[in-house]
Design a protein around this ligand. Structure first.
Ligand SMILES: [Zn+2]
Length: 456
């Protein structure tokens, strides 16, 4: 168990909405003292230095075990999570075999246990058997075994009838359906966000409407299901378009039990990266070629992701949704791949970005640019996702609570680090941020009173 003394840091406690200078003492794995400093004691401490916050919760990660351990194992994924400041991860069930059976959940838990990592591992069960989209998986058995919700992520629940049943059954056992909103009929063969960049590059367009039509369908079904099953809940993951977020905004205003998350890459990167631009979304204007913004080769396969990197206006809409509460959380959609699956022609590359280690740095870049307050950024990684999961899965207090088992991340905003094959812990180095310097090096991650990551 851990002892740790952090003095004169910037404490962020999203549970109480408080942030400011303070000291933290961890003894024997317990958070023994949280002291807020005032007046002269607080002098010289600001939010741009060492920050202490509750450990992060990722609602959406792909560790590739069982089935594709070359890309990631539970152990390597948990180590990467800790390096990213995460103390709880929710794993998607698109493994091989799919997590559609309690035996696969037991295997995942066994691997997490064997890894020795104190990072908490939660997992979703599949909505349909084998994620094949034909019949419902054994949702009741999976719920009894302790899955955190249901998802066919990687693919949408294509059948409206199955989604309707899944929302009702899942609601009956107090769990959400987590949908990857995509109308597959509109995305067959699609390669890049349908727009100016795709047209110039000659890539087949992936329309925003493919996501928005699916979101609209899901919300319409949810609205009907909640009449009979008031506990039904829908979580829409990795929303990427202004239209999708607006649909959720209106559904929330109408009282529908829907939540959603946005990824760091849809917030900070846009489709112009496919052309070879490398500026953050908030630095971009309209035409990467006209602006002389091209600094890298086009068609980098590490940028191929589902949903695709979108237009500037969509990234701005993601930012707006994070600020106004339309989005409940930032989730990484950490999707490690082997070089064999990724270093091929753009349109043939596997979808996904290895992102659990860079999520904090990308968010802090937005904080540094004055676009998101630090407290809100931390909420989106802690109390936000905790609220989506509910007390059943996050039984600890997500906050700086004296007496509780220490569950913390300590990072230094003044210290940058470079994303590289050497610094990344994940087996997947498929990220367009390779070579980039990110703010906010994680100094320590303490999960459940034990050191999960430390630079010492
Ligand atoms: Zn997905």
């Amino acid at each position: 168990m851990t002892d740790l003394d952090i003095s004169r840091a910037w404490l962020v406690d999203p549970a109480t909405g408080r942030e400011g200078p303070g000291d933290v003492v961890v003894r024997d794995g317990r958070l023994e003292a949280v002291t807020w400093l005032e007046a002269a004691d607080a002098e010289g401490i600001d939010e741009r230095g060492v920050v202490v916050a509750p450990g992060f919760i990722d609602l959406h990660a792909h560790f590739r075990e069982p089935g594709n351990e070359d890309a990631e194992t539970i152990a390597s994924g948990l180590a990467a999570a800790a390096h990213g400041g995460f103390t709880t991860v929710c794993l998607m069930p698109n493994t091989t075999p799919a997590l559609d059976d309690p035996a696969v959940l037991a295997r995942v838990r066994g691997a997490a246990e064997a890894s020795g990592s104190p990072v908490r591992t939660l997992a979703y069960g599949a909505v349909t058997a084998g994620r094949a989209g034909e019949t419902l998986a054994a949702l009741g058995e999976l719920a009894d075994a302790g899955v955190a919700g249901f998802s066919d992520d990687g693919a949408p629940v294509g059948s409206a009838a199955l989604l309707r049943s899944a929302l009702a059954y899942a609601g009956g056992v107090g769990l959400a359906v987590v949908d990857h909103a995509e109308d597959a009929a509109q995305t067959a063969g699609a390669e890049a966000n349908d727009g100016f960049v795709a047209t110039v590059l000659g890539l087949r367009g992936w329309p925003a409407a493919a996501e928005e039509a699916a979101v609209a369908r899901d919300l319409a079904i949810l609205a009907e299901v909640v009449r009979d099953v008031p506990a039904a809940r829908l979580h829409l993951t990795h929303l990427s378009t202004a239209g999708s977020l607006d649909l959720v905004r209106r559904a929330k205003a109408a009282g529908l039990p829907v939540t959603c998350d946005v990824t760091p890459h849809h917030l900070a990167l846009t489709d112009e990266w496919l052309a070879g631009a490398r500026r953050w979304a908030w630095e971009a204007t309209s035409d990467p070629w006209g602006d002389g913004a091209i600094t890298a080769a086009p068609f980098d396969p590490s940028l191929r992701v589902n949903p695709p990197l979108r237009a500037l206006s969509d990234a701005a809409a993601c930012r707006e949704a994070l600020l106004d509460g339309t989005a409940d959380a930032v989730a990484t959609d950490h999707a490690p791949h082997t070089q064999v699956d990724k270093e091929v022609e753009f349109g043939l590359a596997a979808n996904g970005i290895s992102g659990i280690e860079t999520a904090l740095g990308v968010l802090l870049a937005a904080v540094d640019a004055g676009l998101v307050p630090l407290l809100r950024a931390i909420e989106l990684l802690t109390t936000g996702p905790a609220g989506v999961l509910g007390r059943r899965f996050v039984d600890r207090s997500v906050g700086l609570v004296e007496g509780a088992a220490a569950d913390l991340v300590v990072f230094d905003r003044s210290e940058a680090w470079t994303v590289s094959d050497e610094t990344l812990v994940s087996r997947g180095t498929n990220t367009p941020l390779l070579g980039r310097s990110l703010p906010g090096r994680v100094l320590a991650t303490i999960a459940d009173g034990r050191v999960a990551w430390s630079t010492d």
